[in-house]
Design a protein around this ligand. Sequence first.
Ligand SMILES: Nc1ncnc2c1ncn2[C@@H]1O[C@H](COP(=O)(O)OP(=O)(O)OP(=O)(O)O)[C@@H](O)[C@H]1O
Length: 241
Amino acid sequence: MSAALHIDGLSHRYGSRQALDKLSLQVDAGQCCILLGPNGAGKSTLFGLLTRLLAVREGSIRIFGQPLRAQALARVGVVFQQPTLDLDLTVEQNLSYFGALQGLHGKALQQRIGAELERLQLAARRRERVRDLNGGHRRRVEIARALLHRPALLLLDEPTVGLDLPTRQQLIDYLHALARDEGLALLWATHLVDEIDPQHDQLALLHRGRLLASGAVAPLLADAGCHDLGGWFQHHTGATS
Ligand SMILES: Nc1ncnc2c1ncn2[C@@H]1O[C@H](COP(=O)(O)OP(=O)(O)OP(=O)(O)O)[C@@H](O)[C@H]1O
């Protein structure tokens, strides 16, 4: 079976600045891959390439074995770093608009909206304007929207930025459960090691555009002679997480 996401030899430069350098990475169905990297590591550049905001000039990206075209992107959900909801529309209107773009209509669309809002404990907020929601609720609406068309691969670019600790923890648990219980493949960019589930997650450490290490947590720590992920991150990047 093809990997959910297969990246091979991917490079990208802005003028003379090499933002990504021959990155190869694979994420399988049911796997949560945490893409760790300090500021400027190349995480947003990678997300730009994965979502076709940037053109792939060197290397390749395949989604379930397909090249990165509209058909393959239909199986992908994305939560960008910056919120992209329309604040003057209600939760339902934001989701309806997006659902229609994904080819969902009528009863089926209403059912999908109801189901995702219910799962994220947002059903009571359905008719509220997004402007009236707090940051944690807005993020949950964005996640509901990204899952509306039942993607098999979910891309998350620092999804917990700006949230308080309890809200962050709820989201972290919810996202991990999507991989563990529902078989989604997740690629989740962050610079916070406390978002990692050391038992189940795969790690990919990006630094100055290059993949320094990847794999399961325990062998990576053992290889580097480190006892915890904070120390491991610092050992490789010189940065604190
Ligand atoms: N549009 C651009 N033009 C020129 N250089 C850029 C551009 N976007 C990013 N870069 C550079 O490319 C490198 C990778 O940046 P990128 O934003 O992908 O990193 P990041 O890991 O997402 O960082 P952050 O966590 O700060 O968002 C950095 O050196 C950055 O300065």
